[in-house]
Design a protein around this ligand. Structure first.
Ligand SMILES: [Zn+2]
Ligand SMILES: [Zn+2]
Length: 326
């Protein structure tokens, strides 16, 4: 009797389905028996379920993935005497705590109970790269964007326009890119760069502590900082790839960032061709002038085509595969 009972319950279990552990967040999910990889999503992080392996990096150092253009530009910036102290002072007087208070007052804080799938994605990015969990906020803003700020206590902010546009894997890519900024120790410089950009664009005219700004500009720090900031994106796209572990997720995210509302009509293969073509004609020496024009034109998104071409090149170089095999 007992064995018969076991048989009937196991056959009904087969009819119900089986358990698949989410490769990203570890959650156990019960799926239909005829489930196929990628055709169902995890109940916790909402990322596609599959039995493929997802690598977590226990002791990743930034030197293993940062783009050489990032480290070179950052070294040049840090060679300016007193730069760290001056930038910390700048952020202090412009009010790091004010940013936090304004986020708490106007943006939605993501927690295990508030937008739990976003919280789970943040956890996936942090455990994959080995970073302590920062705070995460969603801000009502139609511009497709995300940023990381908070020198003392890191905060990632995702615009609502970004979340409306991207699917779950692409959202993970953006969160992972931002966590990459924390891992690569970019946040102090990025926060300062954003202040300078706001000044250059005229969206910020009166800043408390403008004496420090005068000093930073006269010491050449602001231009060194802006030159670096764009290159820092390349490192964090690599960090995003180390988390999504699929270059096409990065490519498609960039396509949506580049194509905006048109993205659904854009052919991804053609977009990749354009990125490869860009790489052939790419001239690093002209880049700073290019960036200056873009910033002056008030554009917030740095060159998705350039970024995709850089990611494809990193994959082709074999460095990504080496890290994955480590
Ligand atoms: Zn999951
Ligand atoms: Zn970034």
């Amino acid at each position: 009797m007992a064995s018969k009972k076991t048989d009937s319950s196991s056959s009904s279990a087969a009819a119900r389905g089986k358990n698949v552990r989410c490769r990203y967040c570890g959650q156990k999910n019960s799926v239909r028996a005829n489930y196929k990889n990628g055709r169902a999503n995890c109940g916790k992080c909402k990322l596609p379920l599959s039995d493929e392996y997802h690598k977590k990096f226990a002791d990743l150092t930034k030197h293993e993935y940062v783009h050489p253009a990032d480290s070179k530009a950052l070294a040049a910036l840090r060679a300016i005497p007193g730069v760290d102290t001056a930038l910390r002072k700048l952020i202090q007087v412009t009010g790091e705590s004010a940013v936090r208070v304004s986020l708490m007052a106007s943006a939605v804080k993501v927690t295990p109970k508030q937008c739990p799938d976003l919280h789970a994605k943040l956890q996936v990015a942090c455990t994959t790269l080995g970073v302590d969990m920062p705070d995460l906020f969603i801000q009502q803003n139609p511009i497709v964007n995300a940023f990381t700020t908070g020198v003392e206590k890191h905060v990632i902010v995702l615009h609502s326009g970004l979340l409306e546009r991207l699917n779950d894997e692409e959202t993970l890519a953006v969160i992972a890119h931002e966590v990459g900024h924390i891992h690569a120790e970019h946040v102090l410089y990025l926060t300062a760069a954003r202040l300078f950009e706001a000044l250059a664009k005229g969206t910020l005219t009166v800043v408390p502590g403008s004496e420090i700004i005068k000093f930073l500009i006269s010491a050449g720090i602001s231009s060194a900082l802006l030159a670096w900031a764009r290159r820092a994106e390349l490192s964090c796209d690599r960090a995003a790839l180390l988390v999504t572990q699929d270059p096409h997720v990065i490519g498609k995210t960039m396509m949506k960032l580049g194509g905006g509302t048109m993205a659904s009509k854009i052919d991804y293969e053609q977009f990749l061709e354009q990125a490869k073509e860009f790489q052939k004609n790419y001239d690093e020496n002209k880049l700073d002038k290019f960036w200056a024009d873009i910033i002056n034109a008030g554009q917030t998104h740095p060159f998705p085509i350039w970024r995709v071409s850089e990611i494809l090149e990193w994959v082709d170089s074999g460095q990504y595969a080496d890290l994955m095999a480590k």
